[in-house]
Design a binder for this molecule. Structure first.
Ligand SMILES: *Cc1c(COP(=O)(O)O)cnc(C)c1O
Length: 505
């Protein structure tokens, strides 16, 4: 288009001030913030200018667009004032999906958060003495109880608790120190597991060396790389062994007077198979004790239940690590534990005390909402009420139950749909635990495979994402796959009606 006629089109665009005088838009400005309306006007006008500049509008189509301006501005305004963070339906079958917010919380957790958040709480206030208290005790007491139930007092490095003498603040002892100078088990909470690793390394190894196997120098994703965290903690990384084989003697040889601790890292999302070797945790713990060094383990997912109960042998629990003699375990709150985003550090009381007195701890601590959600989650473990934790419930659902639900969904879609654009078939598959659990941690499931006469798998996926709430599926071999394991039963009717509407056009 000649520059002249383009500039004629530009001149037809009204100014922001002119538009603000439009009666429809004035009504909007009276209701919503004036500046938001002005922003929406500017955004819509900018889009039109761009279209003109790219020769995508002629005079006639510009006139139509101008006639529709108030509607376009109102839509823009609604979009900019709506929530950006929205609930979605997770039909991927990945239970701990980091991009979808990992562990969903129970309604009981939400109630406790609500009670705690709506008013004041005893977050750091001792109700017995009327003095300042510690926020850690809310979690610490519960973990101590779990430790007694699952590990007992037989683990090396954890002398007996004074559990027969519960202090007045609660059912469980708050903190027990024994006379040997080593104290019992203690837990503190920070913002996430990355922070937990950083705090542990910085508190125990600043200026010294940390020995890690080359097979464990992993990147977890989202830019968490062990060597980077190590350098931020001001500790020097001392790599030992090779990618596939590291022996106890490799650790032993690397120990010098600069060594501050031995670190074991869960490999999370990848596996080394074939010609491999790695000392057991118990062997490492014995070496650490012999050389008077702490053994710290970044366990990542941190299960508080036995995954063998759902047929997964590859993931050990926090208790397994403590039983093996690990001095400090770090793990996430929102992975296999099934709670809110947090990083937990559990282990020898004297080491935890050093972490607590580090000023970094103050910078990484969590708020009352996280404590409320974490407290109710740990309480569920104490009570053995695993079914109240949503991700544990999802993991325990049998394949047969998923088949039944999938069949019911298909017949619901079938009876609502008029035409047969959409084909739904059942297919065997696997749900994925995710969240840094071993890549082999999968559960048998039944998938609904979708194919659409007029849409490619990617287009179909995009259509599902545009529904309200958005439906997130996975694409494999040209088909869209839905796994009901991660769909809440209450969301199934919505899922069925979306599929029925896709079937019709
Ligand atoms: C997930 C994971 C982390 C990071 O935990 P966040 O809670 O996401 O910060 C660190 N280490 C391991 C081994 C992990 O699996």
């Amino acid at each position: 288009m000649p520059a002249q006629s383009r500039s004629a089109l530009f001149q037809k665009l009204p100014s922001t001030d002119e538009l603000l005088q439009n009666p429809d838009l004035r009504a909007l400005a009276a209701r919503d913030a004036h500046t938001s309306v002005a922003d929406a006007i500017r955004a819509v006008l900018a889009r039109l200018r761009q279209e003109i500049a790219n020769d995508r509008l002629d005079e006639k189509s510009l006139d139509i667009a101008l006639a529709n301006l108030p509607t376009a501005i109102e839509r823009q305004l609604r979009q900019s004032l709506s929530y950006s963070l929205r609930p979605v339906i997770n039909a991927t079958g990945v239970i701990l999906h980091t991009n979808l917010g990992r562990a969903p919380l129970s309604t009981a957790a939400l109630d406790h958060i609500r009670q705690t958040a709506l008013g004041y709480s005893n977050l750091e206030f001792n109700l017995e003495t009327g003095e300042r208290g510690q926020r850690d005790i809310h979690i610490d007491r519960l973990f101590q109880k779990l430790f007694e139930d699952h590990v007992g007092t037989t683990a090396p490095g954890y002398p007996a608790q004074q559990s027969a003498n519960p202090v007045a603040t609660g059912v469980f002892p708050v903190q027990a120190d024994d006379s040997s100078g080593r104290s019992g088990i203690s837990t503190i909470v920070v913002n996430n597991n990355a922070a937990a690793v950083l705090l542990s390394l910085n508190s125990l190894a600043e200026g010294g060396e940390v020995i890690v196997s080359r097979g464990e120098l992993v990147e977890i994703g989202g830019s968490f790389r062990i060597p980077d965290v190590m350098s931020k903690s001001q500790a020097a990384l001392r790599e030992v062994g090779t990618t596939n084989r590291t022996r106890l003697a490799d650790y032993e040889r690397a120990i010098t007077d600069r060594t501050r601790l031995l670190l074991r890292v869960h490999r999370s999302n990848f596996a080394i198979t074939g010609f491999t070797e790695q000392p057991t945790l118990a062997e490492l713990a014995a070496l650490a004790r012999r050389r008077n060094l702490p053994l710290v383990e970044d366990l990542g997912s941190g299960a508080l239940f036995d995954l063998r109960s759902i047929g997964i042998a590859a993931e050990s629990s926090v208790f397994d690590s403590l039983r093996a003699g690990v001095d400090l375990v770090t793990y996430s709150g929102d992975k296999l534990l099934g709670g809110p985003q947090a990083g937990l550090i559990t282990g020898r009381g004297d080491l935890v005390a050093r972490l607590r007195s580090n000023s970094l701890f103050r910078a990484l601590r969590v708020d009352k909402l996280t404590y409320a959600a974490l407290e109710i989650t740990l309480l569920a473990y104490v009570k053995g009420d695993h079914a109240s934790i949503p991700i544990l419930r999802m993991m325990h659902v049998s394949k047969d139950e998923i088949v039944t639900r999938a069949q019911a969904l298909i017949s619901q879609v079938g009876s609502a749909a008029n035409s047969r654009n959409l084909k739904l078939e059942l297919k065997d598959g696997e749900s994925v635990i995710g969240g840094g659990a071993a890549p082999t941690a999968v559960l048998p499931t039944c998938l609904i495979a979708l194919t659409h006469a007029g849409l490619s798998a990617d287009q179909l996926c995009a259509r599902l994402r545009r529904s309200d709430p958005p439906i997130i599926a996975r694409v494999e071999e040209g088909r869209v796959l839905l796994d009901l394991r991660t769909v809440f039963p209450a969301q199934e009717a919505k899922l069925a009606s979306e599929l029925a509407s896709l079937s019709e056009n």
